[in-house]
Ligand binder design. Structure first.
Ligand SMILES: [Co+2]
Length: 469
């Protein structure tokens, strides 16, 4: 999920809307800017920035093996024969499944009974960064570091197993609703949280509405209830962007599918631009330097569509971002084009490094319709609304989503109906922020790739990395 750049801060390009405030730099999102709606909710305890990871973890490479199933113990085997033993033995023979099914249906914790989840890709910092990390070595190690890391790795594995199902089975002719629901069923099933009991989806669940954007739709489109089915076509370029959260920590990762080889170069350009951003990321690295790497990589490609050559343009008014607990957009933004933002990335921070490239203008506008809603983090706990429906809706949102962005389908599966009037009142009172779909010009095509990484003390871990992207 990308951060939409507030229009009055979009002053690093010439053909976007004029810059209204003339701020001197492009520093991280100002408080109170639109991103605050993702808010660091008062949900769960602790939270904050306790994500700096220690070196105390003993999860070396290779711990992602599935441990062999415990066999019948010696004592059990030598026990004197008893009646009914036959049936008992039969029960023991039921094995722990070791392979995910398609569609995914097996709880991830059953696939990893040891509770140790695969480590993400390890990338080393530059020498200078390692020296800086050594100086920080006395940073207090929090006791829950390992739990934090295992939770994050578990969420990443749920993302990988779910997207494998998408890549293996999604084909033209299927509806976007079918694909979105398949992703969401998989994520919830693998996490073991259906999210139907009050508050259950706050333990673990979807990190934001599943994004399925076609062609010139660039970001923030999800199927809505009651809409006419959109059927995936052979020539479509589809961005698949979904999030998995455990305890408010969100893995935000996206990829693009195309069934027509015309778009291979577009996909390669954007994938490589994202990888360049991932590679550039590090402790004390300035945001402007990450942006420059992304832009240079993206613009080194061009794509030919029906005989015409298009430069691949980085999208200018949406950005990569850091992630905080319960906040998909944590306040730092990384544009895909040159800027002068001297803000530095810091040890312990989690970043969603994403890029979007397009054959269109490279400037997004709001499309009609709605993507989702998010509770503002600074919204009051109690609202004074004359509408009982708005009060009820507010309670439902707080109990089930907190500040996690949700869509109409997530609300309706809870049995909530006739909520639009109440929702509009919450929006006009500033309690809830709506999110619109974002599009480039019709006829253009855009691609997206995104990874979530954590800047650990001595190396970065690309949590969402898979053998697919
Ligand atoms: Co994102």
């Amino acid at each position: 999920m990308g951060t939409k750049t507030p229009q009055n801060r979009n002053h690093w390009n010439n053909d976007g809307p004029p810059n209204a405030n003339g701020a001197g730099h492009l520093g991280g999102e100002a408080r109170g800017a639109h991103t605050s709606r993702d808010g660091d909710g008062s949900l769960g305890e602790g939270g904050g920035d306790d994500d700096s990871d220690g070196d105390g973890d003993d999860n070396a490479h290779g711990t992602n093996m599935i441990l062999p199933q415990a066999s019948v113990s010696q004592a059990e085997a030598t026990k004197p024969q008893k009646k009914r033993k036959k049936s008992k033995k039969k029960k023991k023979a039921v094995s722990i499944p070791q392979q995910q099914t398609s569609p995914p249906s097996i709880l991830l914790s059953d696939l990893f009974p040891s509770g140790v989840y695969p480590e993400g890709e390890v990338q080393q910092y530059s020498k200078a960064s390692i020296l800086a990390a050594e100086r920080r070595y006395d940073i207090t190690q929090l006791s829950n570091d390992d739990v934090f890391l295992q939770n994050y790795r578990q969420a990443a594995e749920v993302h990988r197993q779910t997207r494998k199902w998408v890549q293996d089975t999604v084909r033209p002719g299927q509806s976007l609703l079918h694909i979105a629901e398949g992703i969401e069923n998989s994520v919830r099933t693998l996490l073991g949280h259906a999210g139907l009991d009050p508050g259950d989806s706050l333990n673990a669940g979807m990190g934001f509405p599943t994004g399925l954007c076609l062609n010139h739709q660039v970001a923030h489109y999800t199927p809505n209830p009651g809409q006419k089915d959109v059927i995936l076509q052979q020539e479509d370029v589809m961005k698949v962007d979904f999030g998995v959260h455990i305890n408010g920590w969100i893995v935000d990762s996206a990829f693009t599918m195309a069934f027509d080889h015309t778009y291979d170069t577009l996909l390669t350009a954007v994938k490589e631009a994202t990888n360049a951003g991932v590679k550039a990321a590090g402790i004390d690295v300035r945001i402007c330097d990450v942006s420059a790497e992304i832009q240079e990589t993206m613009e080194s490609y061009e794509v030919e569509v029906t005989g015409k050559t298009y430069p691949i343009k980085p999208v200018r008014n949406i950005t990569a971002h850091n992630i905080k607990q319960w906040r998909i957009h944590g306040g730092k933004s990384i544009p895909f084009i040159k800027n002068s933002d001297q803000t530095k990335m810091e040890a312990g921070e989690v970043f969603a490094i994403e890029t979007f490239g397009t054959t269109g203008r490279g400037y997004l506008r709001d499309d009609v319709g709605i993507y989702g809603y998010g509770l503002n983090d600074d919204a009051p706990l109690r609202i004074h609304s004359p509408l009982p429906s708005a009060k009820r809706l507010h309670k439902t949102i707080r109990e089930n989503f907190g500040t996690v962005v949700f869509c109409r389908r997530y609300l309706e599966r809870l049995g909530v109906d006739k909520y639009l009037v109440g929702m509009n009142q919450l929006i006009s009172n500033g309690v809830v922020e709506p999110y619109q779909p974002l599009m480039d010009i019709k006829g253009s095509n855009a691609a997206q790739f995104e990874h979530t990484l954590i800047l650990r003390e001595t190396h970065k871990e690309i949590l969402s990395r898979g053998d697919d992207y």
